[in-house]
Design a binder for this molecule. Structure first.
Ligand SMILES: [Zn+2]
Length: 394
C-alpha cells in the first residue's frame, strides 16, 4: 500500500509523497484504509407500471430488455388524453460503494462519492423522444458510517407524484434511454465521476409468450443459423403449396433460408421440420388441432433433432390458407414462441393465437397468415437476443 505522509505544523499542511521527511516524527500518516475501492457499479433503470398520481401503487417493474404493454389513447378530447391502460414511470437506482479513511492526528475522516443529480434522456427508439431533464435527488446517506453503500433510488421517494419520470409508450417497438448521474465527492482528492446507465424496453400491444420449460428458465427453439427445410413427405402433396407459403413468410420475417421441399427428414436433423398427421392419436397429445412434434434439445433449449408439424388425420380438404396458417403457427413454436391467448392479442396482431386449423373456407379477413411484427420482435429481441422475458402491463 502506498503511504502518503501528511505533516501538519502550526496549522499549515505540508505534504510529501512516498517517503519521510525531517518532519516525519511530527506527522500522522494518511493511510487509505481501505484503499479507495469504488466499485464501478452502473446505475440501473427500471420501468414501473403505475396508477396515475398514486406512486404507492406500483404493480410491476421490468429490468432492461423487458417487455411492457403499449399505452393506447382511449379519449383524446381531454388534455392530457385519457389512456386505456396505465402509464409508466422510469426509475433510477444508483449504487456507490467503497471509500477510504484518512487519519489526521486523532481523527479518522471519511470520504466517498455521493450521487449529486440525475438526468434522463432518450437516445433512440421508436419514436425518438427527447426527455427533459428530471430532477436532482441525493440518496440517503447512511448515518455514522461513511463506508457503506450509498444508494440513490427514486422508488424510495414517497408522498410525491413527481417520483421518477412519467412516460407513455404509444408505439410498438424498442425504446432506449440513457441516464447520467454525476457523482460528487465529500472530501479527499478523488475525481468526481459519472455513472451512466443504458436501458431498453420492448413495447408490444399483444402479450408475448415463449415456449419455455416449467421453471421458465429455458426457451426451446431452433438453431440461430443454418438453412431450414420443411419436409413434405409422400401423401402430403396437398399441403405443399401451404408449406411453401409458410416457409416464404418466415424466411422474409427472420432473414433466414427456409424452404419447403418434397422430402423426408433424417432423425438427427434439427434444421428439418416434417409434416405428419397423427396429432390427437397418441396418448398425452396436447390439446388443440395441431402440434409441433417433440424433439430432443440441448442445455440451451436448442432442438437437437428433427421436429414435426403434426396435423390431425382429417386435415385433407382444408382451405389452403387454413393449412398455411396452421403450418406457420407451428413453425412459431419451432422458433420459440408459445400460444398468445391474452385478451390484448388478436388474429391480426399475432400468428400465435389459437385457431381453426382445417377450416374449409379461408380464415376471417385480417387474420395474419404469417408472423407479425409482434411475433418477430418476441423472437429477435428475446429468443434469439437477450432472452429477457420479464413483462409488465398485461
Ligand atoms: Zn400453438
Amino acid at each position: 500500500m502506498r503511504l502518503i505522509t501528511v505533516c501538519l505544523l502550526a496549522g499549515v499542511g505540508v505534504i510529501s509523497v512516498g517517503g519521510s521527511t525531517g518532519w516525519a516524527q511530527m506527522c500522522q500518516q494518511y493511510v487509505p484504509n481501505p484503499a479507495p475501492n469504488y466499485t464501478d457499479e452502473k446505475a440501473e433503470l427500471f420501468v414501473a407500471k403505475h396508477v396515475p398520481h398514486d406512486t404507492s401503487n406500483i404493480e410491476c417493474q421490468v429490468p432492461t430488455n423487458g417487455w411492457v404493454r403499449k399505452n393506447n389513447i382511449a379519449d383524446n378530447s381531454n388534455s392530457p388524453p385519457v389512456y386505456d391502460n396505465d402509464g409508466y414511470r422510469i426509475h433510477l437506482k444508483v449504487l456507490t460503494s467503497g471509500g477510504c479513511k484518512q487519519q489526521y492526528w486523532d481523527f479518522w475522516w471519511g470520504c466517498q462519492e455521493v450521487p449529486s443529480s440525475q438526468t434522463y434522456r432518450s437516445i433512440g427508439g421508436s419514436p425518438i423522444e427527447k426527455l427533459s431533464p428530471s430532477y436532482s435527488y441525493v440518496g440517503p446517506v447512511q448515518p455514522n458510517n461513511f463506508f457503506n453503500i450509498q444508494t440513490l433510488d427514486t422508488r424510495n421517494q414517497t408522498g410525491t407524484a413527481s417520483t421518477g419520470l412519467s412516460v407513455q409508450f404509444l408505439d410498438e417497438g424498442s425504446y432506449s434511454f440513457k441516464s447520467d448521474t454525476p457523482l460528487g465527492v465529500t472530501s479527499c482528492s478523488f475525481s468526481p465521476s459519472n455513472r451512466e446507465a443504458l436501458f431498453t424496453v420492448n413495447v408490444l400491444e399483444c402479450k408475448p409468450e415463449w415456449y419455455v420449460n416449467v421453471a421458465g428458465t429455458l426457451n426451446y427453439h431452433g438453431p440461430a443459423t443454418g438453412p431450414i427445410v420443411i419436409a413434405v413427405p409422400p401423401g402430403f402433396s396437398g399441403a405443399l403449396g401451404a408449406a411453401k407459403a409458410a416457409a416464404s413468410d418466415w424466411a422474409a420475417a427472420l432473414g433466414r433460408d427456409i424452404t419447403a421441399v418434397e422430402t423426408t427428414c433424417t432423425a438427427g436433423d434439427e434444421l428439418c421440420i416434417e409434416l405428419d398427421d397423427d396429432h390427437g392419436t397418441v396418448e398425452d397429445d396436447p390439446e388443440g388441432c395441431a402440434s409441433l412434434g417433440p424433439a430432443s434439445y440441448d442445455t440451451n433449449g436448442v432442438w437437437t433433432g428433427r421436429t414435426r408439424v403434426r396435423f390431425e388425420p382429417n386435415w385433407k380438404g382444408a382451405h389452403a390458407d387454413s393449412l398455411r396458417w396452421t403450418i406457420a403457427h407451428e413453425l412459431g413454436h419451432y422458433f420459440g414462441l408459445w400460444n398468445r391467448q391474452d385478451g390484448s392479442c388478436g388474429y391480426d396482431t399475432t400468428l400465435m393465437k389459437g385457431g381453426n386449423c382445417y377450416g374449409t373456407s379461408a380464415p376471417p379477413a385480417g387474420t395474419a397468415l404469417g408472423p407479425t411484427a409482434s411475433d418477430v420482435s418476441a423472437l429477435v429481441n428475446s429468443t434469439y437476443g437477450s432472452q429477457g422475458r420479464s413483462i409488465c402491463g398485461w
